[in-house]
Design a protein around this ligand. Structure first.
Ligand code: ADP
Ligand code: MG
Length: 214
């Protein structure tokens, strides 16, 4: 078994594991920084729960195994958005359809402002990774619907960057309509988060320079 490091931070490591013909993606929280283990484990456990709820959906990783702080998910071939820079409107149509499927399973992603959490696969189709902050809801109340709209708004912001000519008037309006939650976050939470990220974790967003569009 061979591993190749993709990313390492205070919450652990992300690796590609290769064994013979097989390859998959591992989130290893055992090497999280001291004192961060419990956060890292809780986040990975959350991701495992969400991936179970999304089982069988094309465009998200399949949960292979979760236990002892190690989460294995299937590998999706492709490149993160900041590298792929998808300019085809079809990509965004499919991404919107994917978000609808995710939402139908009662899941909101909550971290889609980050380009590295979007992939463009070899065949051009979109895919989503990194469900650590995602949320599965049974009753899909007003908070759920608001967060689902935020997921969509983040997709449309990426579309506005890479495919501006295909933005419809309605989409431009959605992008401009920030929810109260995102306003409060921008005014207070984001600053606090950046401070904690810098001081405690030693980074802000180091995922291959992918931009974050709030
Ligand atoms: N299943 C996967 N298939 C292919 N690449 C992946 C997969 N999961 C993650 N990656 C790559 O690894 C990067 C980090 O993984 P991610 O789950 O986003 O970890 P983190 O929570 O540390 O951001 C992603 O931005 C993506 O480029
Ligand atoms: Mg990520």
């Amino acid at each position: 078994m061979q591993t190749e490091l993709l990313k390492s931070d205070a919450l652990g490591r992300i690796e590609i594991v290769v064994e013979g013909e097989q390859r998959w993606i591992r989130r290893d929280t055992r090497c999280a920084r001291f004192g961060m283990h419990w956060i890292a484990r809780a986040a990975a456990a959350r991701e495992a729960r969400v991936l179970k709820a999304l089982a069988g959906l094309e465009g998200v990783p399949r949960l292979i195994a979760w236990g002892d702080g190690v989460l294995d998910r299937s590998f999706l071939d492709g490149a993160p958005m900041q590298q792929a820079r998808p300019t085809d409107p079809t990509f965004y149509r499919q991404a919107h359809a994917l978000l609808k499927q995710v939402r139908l399973r009662g899941v909101v992603h909550n971290d889609l402002a980050k380009e590295p959490n979007w992939l463009q696969r070899e065949d051009g189709d979109p895919a989503l990774v990194d469900f650590q902050l995602a949320w599965v809801s049974r009753n899909r109340g007003s908070l759920f619907r608001l967060l689902a709209r935020e997921d969509l708004r983040h997709l449309l912001k990426h579309k506005r960057t890479y495919c501006p000519q295909a933005m419809t008037p309605i989409e431009l309006r959605v992008v401009g309509r920030r929810s109260w939650i995102s306003r409060i976050w921008a005014a207070t939470g984001k600053r606090l988060y950046k401070l904690v990220a810098r001081k405690v974790f030693g980074y802000w967003d180091n995922e291959g320079q992918g931009r974050v569009r709030r």
